[in-house]
Design a protein around this ligand. Structure first.
Ligand code: CBF
Length: 816
């Protein structure tokens, strides 16, 4: 693809525009602060993207083409300014323009607060996918929620996680967003269903008792090197009649604003749970609000483009990012049946050819179910429709497996074992034309373990699309030195065609290239070390192995296994006079859901261990442990380019894919990982010699469980492990507070070690010893690092999107 000519850039006009925006913000150039200038920069740039957004929206070719609508409760987009500059091809030109105003572009970019509108991998994937859709110009709209507060800000108080609200737009608003009142929708809740008679037919009609306005805010998703800009449309809850003047005049000031307060609560805050279904009513309200507003907007676009309602599946496909927007299926049915008065079969034919569903997890606690009673109260008509969908589906099951009660029980959308619950994943599979897992192993397990009966009933419906990451943000933007080095060697096309990186492999044995490559790594390590010094006052040795585990804190991800290894290194340094190791800095960054006690205990334990080790003069700079607070996209952009080792150590079968693994490998880190998620495919690409695989695989895990796993036996048989665990119980890391780290000890010793940390410990240590040995051979290490960068082109989200396009969505690219 040759990049289309982007708009010509007029430097002096741009500088004038920036100053005008600054003035509109109430500041004068000679007294304005950096943040004021950043806002002016954002607003001046957004003028360009807004005009491209509107032009893309009105593009006839796009209106006549098929679009994907990506429905996700989370879009973890990260800062937009730097990334948009890369996509607009204006990075250097703007750097030059702002320097003439006496400003540094990187300082300005640092002023932007991350829009953290997601929890972790699922939300970040949605952001990468939007980037890749725009880059390849496959017509798309992203639909999400406009949370007033994103994922909480994390800090530590004496080692314990503290949470604070994340007011990402405060106080001046976010310069990239555009409110679109003309596209607002009205969304109902509660109420009852009435029967309406018309022309000899009876229809059902929902009469909601609460109505809330859905106000859309568009963020521009700028296509790399093109003029295509798609909207990420985020719905905000607003009161229909925000202010009750009567009440105010009567002196009832609180009541006067009550409607506004209630509606605003709907999109006030992102639920901070990753891979966990918390079952809160407000969350279901968010899900419905998001789905209903998005479905209404999709239908509006479809009909305004002049297409027949029945042709919806030919022009629009709706991708459900996990089960969170499942309620969109009965919502579309409701609109087709009750508002457009279609018959059931016709409505179902349209709906079931429009939706597709991505499953992101096998964890039982993350598979959403909603109480039937709650849905019936909040969305009475939808519950009727769900019953009808299930009734007809059960007939299908009966036809396939006559009199098989067990099959009906597992397949049914309603789980009636205890309190009757609606299984959202089952509803998704029944109502979608395609279902996919997110890595080869995961998709295989979805078919084998999660949905074997669905797979038998609908052969071919469950597919795989391996996840990916956008090379624009995760290499070109975050690692400019490596990007320039790559471009010098293979040209400038790789950010749009990541497979081209393979050409770098030819330099893996070239000692001169190895040196330059590792010099880049060193500079990135220095940048991270500088950040750590400035913010945490810890001095790091940048010759040390930078060993990195960055992801949500979850037991299955096993940060505590990593911690046990760290403790064992510490103990060996102190107790074994002959023990030698390459210096190491172990980095952690992770947020724990506020209600997830064990995850918080693990964070506390890591911080306490870090404090002890970092202040123990006997250790020197052989070992340091750094927990970087408030992990977020902009922090990942500093950590990832600096990583030597990437920790991907989940228990096999638990991490659906992982995408941090891809980001670090792309930036030349070597993975230490289990045969889980996308690690399996990373290994296929980079080869056994360039990855450190350890531990039980999926079959090994089930064999061990069948045999009967006894963590205590492992504990007693491995002195290194036992010593590490015992130190959690005494005062080694918590002077004066013995037992303060007991919850972590108990999570493996008292609770049967559900994620098999102890079972995998010895092999994990073995793999780390291999890393230690290999790192000391600088040339061999450089070779492996280069090959990681060279051989992971498959994991571009451009490829993932092409897989969706070709195997599921069937879209055509529309070049503008
Ligand atoms: O598919 C994207 C990511 O989604 C999760 O984060 C999720 O929330 N279910 C998974 O845990 C990741 O493995 C996966 O990469």
């Amino acid at each position: 693809m040759t990049p289309k000519q982007q708009h010509a850039f007029d430097k002096s006009a741009f500088k004038i525009s920036m100053v005008q925006h600054l003035t509109q913000l109430g500041h004068a150039p000679d007294t304005a602060q950096l943040r004021d200038w950043y806002l002016a920069l954002g607003r001046a740039l957004a003028e360009h993207t807004t005009s491209d957004l509107v032009a893309t929206e009105h593009d006839q070719a796009i209106k006549q083409a098929k679009s994907v609508n990506y429905l996700s409760l989370e879009f973890l987009i990260g800062r937009l300014t730097g990334n948009n500059l890369i996509s607009m091809g204006l990075y250097d030109a703007i750097a030059d323009a702002v320097s003439e105003l006496g400003l540094g572009l990187t300082d300005l970019l640092e002023q932007e607060r991350d829009p953290s509108l997601g929890n972790g991998g699922l939300g970040r994937l949605a952001a990468c996918f939007m980037d890749s859709l725009a880059a390849q110009q496959y017509p798309a709209v992203g639909y999400g929620l406009h949370y007033e507060y994103g994922l909480f800000r994390q800090s530590f108080h004496e080692g314990a996680q503290q949470e604070a609200p994340d007011a990402w737009r405060e106080p001046e608003g976010y310069p990239w967003e555009l409110v679109r009142p003309e596209l607002s929708q009205i969304i109902g809740f509660y109420g009852h269903v009435e029967v309406v008679e018309e022309a000899g037919h009876t229809y059902r009609q929902w009469v909601p008792s609460l109505k809330i306005q859905a106000m859309p805010w568009d963020l521009p998703i700028v296509g790399y090197q093109s003029n295509t800009v798609y909207p990420l449309r985020l719905w905000e809850g607003r009161a229909l009649t925000p202010f009750a003047l009567d009440a105010f005049n009567a002196g009832d000031y609180t009541h006067a604003q009550q409607a506004d307060i209630d509606a605003g609560n709907l999109t006030k805050v992102l639920y901070p749970n990753d891979n966990h279904d918390a079952g809160k009513t407000l969350r279901l309200m968010q899900q419905y609000f998001h789905s209903a507003a998005s479905v209404a907007d999709i239908l509006r676009r479809h009909l305004e483009a002049g297409h027949a309602l029945a042709a919806l599946p030919e022009y629009e496909t709706i991708q459900l990012n996990d089960t969170h927007p499942t309620i969109a299926i009965p919502e579309l049915m409701r609109v087709l049946l009750d508002d457009y008065r279609l018959g059931w079969d016709e409505a179902w034919s349209i709906a079931s050819r429009t939706f597709a569903y991505t499953n992101h997890t096998l964890l039982p606690e993350a598979l959403e179910t909603w109480s039937e009673a709650l849905i019936a109260r909040l969305l009475p008509r939808h519950m009727e429709i769900i019953f009808e969908i299930n009734h007809r589906f059960m007939q299908e099951v009966e036809a396939k497996w006559p009199d098989d009660v067990a099959k009906k029980q597992v397949l049914s959308v309603i789980d009636d074992k205890g309190e009757r619950m609606v299984r959202m994943a089952n509803l998704c599979v029944v109502g979608s034309y395609a279902v996919n897992g997110v890595a080869a192993l995961h998709s295989q397990l979805v078919k084998r373990d999660l949905f074997p009966e669905f797979d038998a009933l609908y052969p071919g419906r469950i597919q795989n699309v391996t996840n990916g990451i956008t090379p624009r943000r995760w290499l070109k933007f975050c690692n400019p030195d490596l990007s320039n080095l790559i471009s010098e060697k293979i040209g400038e096309q790789w950010p749009a065609q990541l497979e081209q990186l393979e050409q770098i492999a030819q330099y893996a044995d070239d000692t001169a290239f190895q040196k330059i490559f590792m010099d880049v790594k060193k500079r990135n390590k220095q940048r991270l070390a500088g950040w750590v010094k400035e913010h945490l006052d810890i001095t790091l040795n940048t010759d040390a192995i930078f060993d990195v585990q960055i992801k949500r804190l979850h037991e299955y991800k096993r940060q505590h296994l990593n911690l046990l290894h760290v403790i064992s290194l510490y103990q060996r340094l102190l107790n074994e006079p002959d023990f030698d190791m390459a210096p190491r800095v172990v980095f952690f960054a992770a947020k724990a859901a506020p209600g997830y006690e064990l995850a918080k205990s693990i964070i506390y334990a890591i911080n306490k261990v870090a404090e002890t080790i970092n202040n123990d003069p006997r250790v020197g700079d052989k070992l340091k442990v750094v927990f970087i607070p408030d992990y977020r996209v902009s922090m990942a952009e500093i950590i990832i380019p600096a990583a030597d080792v990437s920790e991907q150590i989940s228990m096999a079968g638990k991490e659906a894919s992982g995408t941090g693994n891809m980001k670090m490998a792309l930036n030349g880190a070597l993975t230490i990982g289990t045969m889980d998620g996308a690690n399996v495919e990373i290994r296929e690409e980079v080869g056994d010699d360039n990855i450190y695989i350890f531990g039980l695989d999926v079959d090994g895990v089930s064999e061990l469980r069948q045999k009967g796993y006894q963590p205590e036996a492992v504990y007693h048989s491995q002195p290194l492990l036992k010593a590490a665990l015992d130190s959690l119980l005494d005062e080694t890391f918590t002077p004066g507070q013995p037992g303060a780290l007991r919850p972590v000890f108990d999570s493996v010793m008292g609770s049967g070690d559900p994620y098999l940390c102890l079972a995998d410990f010895a092999d994990y240590v073995r793999a780390h010893n291999d890393i230690d040995r290999d790192y000391r051979d600088a040339s061999q290490w450089a070779r492996k690092a280069i090959l990681n960068t060279a051989l992971v082109g498959k994991f571009s989200s451009d490829r993932s999107i092409r897989d969706y396009v070709n195997n599921i969505w069937q879209l055509e690219a529309i070049k503008r």
